[in-house]
Design a protein around this ligand. Structure first.
Ligand code: NIG
Ligand code: FE
Length: 411
């Protein structure tokens, strides 16, 4: 890749292919999810951080004024990837636990024994706000390297007022979309989940609502039940937050009906969701966010991706990047898993981690497509066909990234 010139316009020229979800609406459901427009021998013209035009090179007219040119021979362009579900604000790691799981211990056993999420909580509380900001910046750089230009991150490893609020600030400072996951686990200072929810709502929510865009809850055996989740989410909605749920990761415990009843933006995981849940989601406005890297990392069943798409659900894909259940920041890997494990086509996978993921974050009017008026966030794939995004399993497929119309140096 080479570039010449300067100015606030950027012409990405001589792309082998440009691929983008077609149309204008969101979320994409059913057959529309796989409707990707592919232009061969293409260009993208960007102005002031926005896509001004796309087209075939043969149709490119002379561009007036100063324009920086980026020679994209050998590269394919897709929209900047949107990771709508991560836990990027954490300190330390869980490599010991990973090794124990490899030896047979299960994720839920480790959690019940005071390891798991609580191990990361202890490290995160000790890191301080500047340590957390540094950690999120590091994780953001990893994400950028694999083509993620927009990321959401949850708090949820503080579980006390000071660290939850510091986490939300650290996420925003690194350019992430902050989600308050106060209800991630019950810390040992509290007698039970109800007492902890009381604390969250009276002591943390007032300020969390100023810092976050959405609230999330881990509705699961050993975490929060449906009644506790309802109480937490209803209060968060009343404070102006959009709603998300971690649901049906290990067991079906009412997350899908609760999400639908409360008008949540999404219910995420769904590895344990059965046919009724699939039907209910498809008939609702709640997005199904699938996290196949987490299922892979924990050796769990995959979520019913094909059934959800066929039923007409609004399906998005995300990494779930976190130190315990999905230590991968790679959406290209998630696309590979979607194609090999969930039965999605590469085109469906692309739409699910661009336009539909942007919609989960309330940003599909600006993000997730390469079309005039959308943000000039672009991934340049080092590949002869854009479908290498899913095809090149674990490969080094991202050759360049453009954010807001500017090529960025990849770390
Ligand atoms: O989405 N399931 C709950 N929370 C995270 C994992 C957090 C952790 O293990 O640290 C998840 O998988
Ligand atoms: Fe998660």
């Amino acid at each position: 890749m080479s570039s010449t010139g300067g100015g606030s316009r950027l012409l990405i020229r001589d792309l082998v292919q440009l691929a983008t979800p077609r149309g204008a609406g969101a979320p994409l459901r059913g057959p529309a999810l796989g409707d990707v427009e592919v232009l061969e021998d293409a260009y993208v013209l960007c102005r002031d951080g926005t896509v001004e035009a796309i087209g075939r090179m043969r149709d490119l007219r002379a561009v007036d004024g100063e324009v920086e040119e980026l020679d994209a021979r050998g590269l394919c362009a897709v929209p900047g990837l949107v990771d709508c579900h991560t836990h990027a604000c954490f300190a330390g790691d869980r490599v010991e636990e990973f090794a124990m799981r490899a030896g047979g211990a299960t994720y839920e056993e480790l959690h019940a024994a005071g390891g798991g999420i609580m191990a990361t909580v202890n490290a995160t509380r000790a890191a301080g706000e500047s340590g957390l900001a540094e950690a999120v910046r590091t994780h953001r750089a990893w994400m950028l390297r694999t083509g993620t230009t927009t990321f959401e991150s949850k708090s949820g490893y503080g579980l006390d007022r000071e660290t939850e609020l510091a986490s939300l600030r650290a996420i925003a400072a690194a350019g992430g979309v902050p989600t308050w996951l106060g209800a991630h686990a019950v810390p040992p200072e509290f007698a039970d989940a109800d007492a902890y929810v009381d604390y969250l709502l009276s002591e943390v929510l007032p300020q969390a609502a100023e810092l976050a865009e959405a609230a999330d809850v881990f509705l699961e055996r050993g975490a929060f039940d449906a009644a506790q989740s309802r109480r937490y989410l209803e209060a968060c909605a009343a404070a102006g937050l959009a709603l998300r749920l971690h649901g049906d990761q290990f067991t079906e415990r009412g997350a899908v009906p609760l999400a639908i009843e409360l008008g949540a933006r999404s219910v995420d995981h769904l590895e344990a969701t059965g046919e009724d849940g699939v039907r209910a989601l498809a008939a609702s406005g709640v997005a199904a966010v699938l996290l196949p890297a987490s299922a892979l990392f924990l050796g769990r069943p995959m979520p019913p991706g094909r059934a959800l798409v066929d039923a007409g659900a609004a399906v998005a894909l995300a990494t779930d990047f976190n130190p315990g259940s999905a230590f991968s920041e790679s959406l290209p890997l998630v696309c590979s898993l979607a194609a090999t494990q969930l039965g999605l086509s590469p085109a469906e996978a692309l739409s699910a981690c661009t336009v539909n993921a942007a919609d989960v974050l309330g940003r599909s009017d600006r993000l997730g497509r390469l079309a005039p008026g959308y943000a000039a966030d672009i991934v340049l794939l080092d590949a002869p066909d854009w479908r290498y995004l899913a095809y090149h399993l674990g490969g080094h497929v991202v050759g360049g990234v453009v954010v807001a119309g500017r090529p960025v140096a990849l770390p």
